[in-house]
Design a protein. Structure first.
Length: 357
């Protein structure tokens, strides 16, 4: 039973989000989602043909707002938080050593307070990997100076709940600010400068008391929102379009489907970014399409009408995806890529001009 695993990153908060799925059942979970990355994560889940069962939080975050509530609204996943988190509105409250099952895999929740009272570390299967949140970072630890933080409690959590895992267990943190992605129990026991080696609880407490860190910039917004499982003050649009039913890809491109476009050709502007010989070649072209090859687009955008929605098309969808980004940078607000390009357009039997058969 193969595990589907993706480590995702939010650059604003340096947060890692983890997607885990079962290759047999296609059931999946998401650990520490980020509100601003919901579209990205939902697109990946859709493209991998997964069913998101649960969103899990390692703790109540102070540096970003969770996307748990939005994922529940758009996909029906169940919000899962530590029982000691203090958060309201969750579907499941996890206690120490409670199991969450997705397909043929399971996560064991291990209570690891110290950064906050409600911190959890999630251990996959029999200690293959663990997700430590802000309890244990790569060669570091989470801070202990606010949100019920306590250095001695954190030291005990790491030694009793994480350092008792197999030495080869891979550890994935909630954050990293240097671009590091993964460590192991063995490495952190030996090399973690805050609590590895022979550092005692007293040593660790003294170290943490003298960090003198500034509070997270988004703390005043993030903590209250996360205590409600990320319920936003205003509704978040999952489809930002008011002119077409668009879908968002993991590559960050808004797409429109051929069937819809064929029914609404009179309401949009079609930009074909292929070369002239392709435009008049065997695949034909969409009726009314404007030909501007991709290499010429930046110098010819003024030939297009910004007031009309624009759909870009090429042979298979790659060049036209680039074109949508260029158009947005040029100030075009209603832009989409034709999913699958002319190849799919022809395969689905949509109307063409020219071409062969």
């Amino acid at each position: 039973m193969a595990l589907i695993f993706r480590q995702l990153f939010d650059p604003q908060s340096s947060t890692y989000t983890y997607l885990l799925g079962c290759s047999e059942t296609r059931d999946a979970i998401l650990i520490d989602s980020v509100f601003e990355q919901v579209r990205r994560d939902a697109a990946l889940i859709r493209e991998l043909d997964l069913k998101l069962l649960f969103t899990l939080e390692t703790h109540v975050h102070a540096d970003h707002v969770t996307g748990a509530t939005i994922h529940k609204r758009i996909g029906g996943s169940r919000i899962t938080v530590p029982v000691l988190s203090g958060a309201s509105g969750a579907d499941i409250y996890l206690s120490d050593r409670q199991l969450i099952t997705f397909g043929r895999h399971r996560l064991e929740a291990r209570s690891t307070p110290g950064h906050t009272n409600g911190c959890m570390t999630y251990v996959l299967d029999d200690g293959v990997m663990a997700f430590t949140g802000d309890c244990l970072l790569i060669r570091g630890t989470g801070r202990t100076d606010f949100q019920q933080g306590d250095a001695r409690t954190l030291h005990r959590s790491v030694y009793r709940q994480i350092f008792t895992l197999p030495n080869g267990c891979l550890l994935y943190p909630g954050h990293d600010y240097r671009g590091l992605t993964v460590t192991s129990v063995r490495e952190e026991k030996r090399f973690n400068p805050r609590l590895g080696g022979a550092l005692s609880e007293d040593d660790f407490a003294g170290y943490m008391e003298n960090l003198k860190l500034a509070h997270p910039k988004q703390m005043a917004v993030a903590v209250p929102a996360n205590l409600k499982c990320g319920v936003p003050d205003i509704p978040m649009q999952t489809n930002e379009s008011d002119w077409a039913p668009l879908s968002y890809t993991f590559a960050g491109v808004w797409e429109v489907q051929p069937a819809w476009l064929e029914e609404h050709l009179g309401n949009v502007q079609i930009l074909d970014v292929r070369e002239p010989e392709e435009f008049s070649g065997p695949l034909g072209r969409i009726p009314g399409a404007i030909l501007i090859p991709l290499g010429q687009l930046s110098g010819r955008v003024q030939e297009l009408d910004k007031s009309k929605p624009t759909v870009a098309v090429c042979r298979a969808g790659g060049r036209s995806a680039q074109a949508t980004n260029m158009l947005r940078q040029a100030g075009f607000e209603r832009v989409a890529n034709l999913s699958g390009g002319m190849l799919r357009w022809r395969t689905e039997g949509c109307t063409v001009e020219g071409g062969q058969g």
